[in-house]
Design a binder for this molecule. Sequence first.
Ligand SMILES: NC(=O)c1ccc[n+]([C@@H]2O[C@H](COP(=O)([O-])OP(=O)(O)OC[C@H]3O[C@@H](n4cnc5c(N)ncnc54)[C@H](O)[C@@H]3O)[C@@H](O)[C@H]2O)c1
Length: 256
Amino acid sequence: MNQNLTGKVAIVTGAARGIGFAVAAKLAAAGARVVVSDLDEAATRAAADEIPNAVPIACDVRDEDQVKALVEQTVERCGGLHLMVPNAGVAKPMPLTSMSLADWRYVTAVNLDGVFLSIRYAAPAIIASGGGSIVTVASVTATAGSPLIAHYAASKAAVVNLTKTAAVELRDHGVRVNAVMPGFVETPLVTGSVETFEQQLGLPAGGFAALIEQKQGRLGTTEEVADLVLLLADDSTSFFNGAGLALDGGLTASLF
Ligand SMILES: NC(=O)c1ccc[n+]([C@@H]2O[C@H](COP(=O)([O-])OP(=O)(O)OC[C@H]3O[C@@H](n4cnc5c(N)ncnc54)[C@H](O)[C@@H]3O)[C@@H](O)[C@H]2O)c1
């Protein structure tokens, strides 16, 4: 299938690296004008430099004023908004019993408040631009318990429900809202957590890789997630609304 996003304007948060960068590049390759957004000004600019016609706008998704300004500046500079991908997320794995309230609030602020604010401010702009699509980046951890990531998994489960609720509220205004739910994907978020997982779960060195191979065959790639985001962003999937689509090599399909 050949998605054509020519004439569309998209925002991707957390787009300086990992899944967000792959999504931004993929949307741009399909013809969209993409606003690349991340926490850090320099990283945001560097990522945007690698994507044709991209616009860098730094934004901390935890900050309401910054998210509002991100949307306003996008509309001002690009003439409208049609696609929003609230992708920014953090993990910080640790046992539940040593998790501080500050740890909990940090992870849920980025992963859940950030998605709420992104939808809250993007939706009116998308409606004013004639309609479009929002694709949230949840996780398979939304569907079952996973050790060491109570804050992360809870935030992702909430994102899935927020996605469904937004889909129901916004459908008649021409905005579709869907979630992608990746399994483990090769990005700094995962590679930076391997040692903690191995230590805390009592796995030998290399044990995390073996677990991934057993559970989902291999790590997913950022390209694979980006392909699904692109599909959901495109009008060819206009009957998808409120969906949470897992791409996980069978991880959530299996008991053993
Ligand atoms: N990698 C995986 O296995 C995996 C699986 C399922 C879901 N996800 C989700 O995909 C999304 C992207 O993850 P990734 O693996 O590419 O991670 P990553 O760590 O490679 O990239 C995350 C990006 O988000 C940015 N970010 C962090 N806090 C931010 C904030 N407050 N405001 C704006 N940007 C901020 C970071 O600077 C970074 O560029 C996250 O929502 C993550 O939960 C990842």
